[in-house]
Design a protein around this ligand. Structure first.
Ligand code: EPU
Length: 422
């Protein structure tokens, strides 16, 4: 196991290109199950999660190759195996997004029910509600979800759960509906850019999806989907993490391949904190800070609200604001692994239910820390970049799930960060 050793205090400067989105790439890769012919995905980040899904897809009969230039080639060769086993699903919850494609294309799917994870219970009831609305028989046997169908039939489906919508649930139902008979309307669909990217990809393969990016998505079923070449949307969470890294080190960094229009909630809060964010003439985004950080109130919400996947990193930044901030987590109310660890670094955070009161301090102090959640771990790295002295972040395999070579990219910007064996 590796850890990161960080000596804080270096201002980040330079240019960093943003990679393709992890959370867009995973459903796009799974959607290859639906297609005849070859799919070429460009910009898939090289992460533990994308490698893991590639392995699962191989087990499900796809030929998957990664070219030297990073392109992913996927082609269905054998449709016999429809079982995503526990050993694979428990390692990466997003494996559930093979459920919709297997069911609609192969007529059956057996997918291990993912357990809870470090950010909460993570149920899939809405995925199953949607798929059974399309006509699937659903059973739970021995911890596995068994889905069967004769022919799926389009219908109206409401996917608004207790928190408003589900990203992978919308993806699963949308993929299944592409090959169903007739028209499906998903109400309270997730509006996240990753869902829009999936719809655009499916359309490039011959599907008829409209309304993506709004809470009502309409899918007219077609008989067959073909492969295509498609470039994954830039990762808004990675971009946001680099913006916050710049702000926390009082740096001056240009992001390229960054969709600022996907980050307006973050940009709004960062500007209120006192961070300068400007588009550059060549399409990049320049981030810098020149004054004390102001405290703010943040509530995570489904897109276009403030993303839960940037809550931890923003909390690290607000630890150093000039006053008290409030952060409320509405998507995953238990997603606060970073709180106790940041407190070990001298932060003053107090959790009350789904809200954390952040009392700004003058300085964070380096310490050994660890977290078992991707974004919480990223927050600890950001805190380490500005903390006095040395911070050691353990269990960095969590960060490797979602950020490609983050330590090398931060080091290129001037950070003092090294990966060392634990
Ligand atoms: N929910 C239900 N029932 C369901 C499904 C979800 O109640 O059947 C609830 C969840 O418990 C949660 C809320 O609905 O409270 C939203 O969960 P959602 O289903 O949207 O999450 P997801 O699709 O499983 C994706 C991302 C997460 C990101 C969330 C929210 C991927 C692979 N994962 O998860 O990303 O936090 O949407 O935006 O796309 C990460 O990248 O670190 C990460 C956790």
């Amino acid at each position: 196991m590796d850890c990161f050793q960080i000596t804080g205090g270096k201002r980040l400067r330079g240019t960093v290109p943003i990679n393709g989105s992890k959370n867009a790439a995973l459903p796009l890769m799974a959607a290859a199950i639906l297609t005849e012919g070859e799919t070429v995905l460009k910009g898939v980040p090289d992460l533990a999660d994308t490698r893991h899904l590639a392995f699962l897809l191989e087990k499900l009969g796809l030929a998957v190759t990664r070219e030297e230039n990073g392109d992913f080639r996927l082609k269905v060769e054998d449709e016999m195996n429809c079982h995503a086993e526990y050993d694979l699903v428990r390692k990466m919850r997003a494996s559930v997004c093979v459920m919709g494609p297997l069911l609609t294309k192969r007529g059956r799917a057996q997918v291990s029910l993912p357990g809870g994870c470090n950010i909460g219970d993570r149920p899939v009831g809405l995925h199953l509600q949607g798929l059974s609305g399309l006509g699937a028989d659903v059973d739970l046997i021995g911890g596995d979800i068994h889905l069967k169908r004769k022919k799926l039939k389009g219908c109206e489906i409401f996917l608004g759960g207790p928190f408003g919508s589900t990203v992978l649930g919308t993806a699963n139902v949308m993929m299944a509906a592409c090959l169903a008979d007739g028209t499906t309307v998903i109400e309270s669909a997730a509006c996240e850019p990753e869902v829009v990217d999936l719809a655009n990809y499916l359309n490039a393969c011959g599907a008829r999806v409209s309304g993506q990016g709004t809470p009502r998505i309409t899918i007219e079923g077609v008989d067959e989907l073909h492969g295509c070449e498609y470039t994954v949307v830039p990762d808004r969470i990675e971009a946001g993490t680099f913006m916050i890294a710049t702000a926390i080190t009082n740096g001056d960094v240009k992001l390229t391949n960054c969709r600022l229009d996907h980050l307006l909630a973050l940009v709004d809060r960062l500007r209120a904190i006192g961070v300068n964010i400007e588009r550059t003439a060549d399409g990049g985004v320049q981030v810098s800070t020149s004054r004390r950080l102001e405290p703010v109130t943040i509530t995570t919400q489904p897109y276009p609200g403030f993303p839960t996947d940037l809550q931890a990193q923003t909390m690290a930044l607000l630890c150093l604001a000039d006053g008290n901030s409030l952060i409320t987590e509405k998507i995953f109310p238990d997603r606060f692994q970073h709180v106790a660890e940041l407190n070990r670094m001298g932060a003053r955070l107090r959790k009350e239910g789904p809200t954390v009161i952040v009392e700004g301090v003058k300085q964070l102090i380096g310490a050994p820390v660890m977290a078992s959640d991707l974004r919480a771990s990223a927050a600890l790295v950001l805190a380490g970049l500005i903390a006095k002295g040395r911070t050691t972040v353990s269990r960095v395999y969590h960060i490797d799930r979602g950020y490609e070579r983050i330590e090398q990219r931060l080091a290129t910007l001037g950070a003092d960060i090294k990966r060392i064996p634990e």
